[in-house]
Ligand binder design. Sequence first.
Ligand SMILES: Nc1nc2c(ncn2[C@@H]2O[C@H](COP(=O)(O)OP(=O)(O)OP(=O)(O)O)[C@@H](O)[C@H]2O)c(=O)[nH]1
Length: 428
Amino acid sequence: MKDYEHFNSRKSAIVVVRDASSRAFSEEVLVAEIKEIAKSAGFWVSEVFECTVRTPFYRYYLSRGKVEEIKRRLESLPEVGFVILSTEVTPSQQRNLENEWQRRVLTKSEVIHEIFAERAKTHEGKIRVELARLRFELSRLPGKGHVLSRTGGGIGTRGPGEQKIEVERRAIKRKIAFLVQRLEQLEKQRKVQKKLRNENKVPVVAIVGYTNAGKSTLLNTITDAAVAVKDQMFVTLDTVSRESFLPGVGKVIFSDTVGFIREMPSTIRDAFKSTLLEIKEADLILEVLDITDPQYRTHFQVINQTLNEIGVGNHPKILVLNKVDLISGQIPNLERDFLETTSSCVFVSAKKKIGIENLRREIAALLSKKMVKLILEIYPTQVQELQREIYRFGYVESVESVKNGEKIRMHCVVRRESKDYIEKKAAV
Ligand SMILES: Nc1nc2c(ncn2[C@@H]2O[C@H](COP(=O)(O)OP(=O)(O)OP(=O)(O)O)[C@@H](O)[C@H]2O)c(=O)[nH]1
């Protein structure tokens, strides 16, 4: 056990943000984001060090002077057990910093992996997170080999460190192969379920947005479901779907997706790719934004960029501006670029149930474009079977007895593409 490992139980940390001002996003965004990530992983951030490094020292990724300055500061912060870096460093740089500072040093990716590991609820979600973690570990092995191989072997020979790494690499690859196989089986099962759902043509509404925007809360409010809701990033790691009834449409499936974030580690992004790809099959996308977050414009960019990457940039969308209950003054004016990418825009409070009926109406209005109204006259003996068929594609609005009880008139709403099929069934 290293001297500083006893700090692990106290999750107090300082955050080091390097070269924030030279990036595409503002310093404020980067600092707020890394603090939020640290908080979601259960860290209490006591200080943030922002540094611009003109001459980085390869050994540390920071300049020698900065390493010293942080070291001195840490000496007066005995309660701090961790240093979280806003970007990635090599395993050897990480080890060197740990030796200098005598604290655990974590990179942003490591912290995000930790959050995902803690939050995964379903069996499939857990496998995905474990896969991401193993792939991340694999990508960092070469760096570790470099550090360890310095302990033995001469030029041109393999040091004991590197041999050990080779053994580790093989073990990780074996685990990855096993998990990939398991995941493929689970995906097959899911495809069968999805096929059944597609046969029934139930419209799907995907709820997407930056992490912590209120997606799970909205899913709950819209469908009265109970999905875990916490004021932390990435609470939802697996797609959670719930059904609800919308007038003019019938049964609708609402799906809560994994939260988006800028610079999601590629291992996590790959692991959850298929979850994100499910958005492709949605009939409508609800793009949720936390309007009270000072960074909501950046979040909007990140979401749209991710949606474009998945290939659903032009899908029908409703922009849902959430948490209006926290706005005391005037609701912010939205620029044209906000509104141009979406079919409509609704202000709500998912938590306080404000604007939800309006949102449901907007959703119904967009989805009902794919629906048609039918009036069928059938014999009473046909009612049961026909109703069953109608509910696969929509719903029955009302039923009345006509022609002295000889026939039944049914008013129903069904998906446009099922119209001929239903009419044929009714004509039998
Ligand atoms: N005041 C207020 N708080 C809200 C509202 N909607 C959500 N919240 C809070 O915001 C926090 C995050 O909500 P979630 O629904 O978990 O957010 P999410 O987008 O699903 O988060 P991830 O699963 O991490 O992607 C919780 O503390 C909610 O109670 C709202 O309309 N008003």
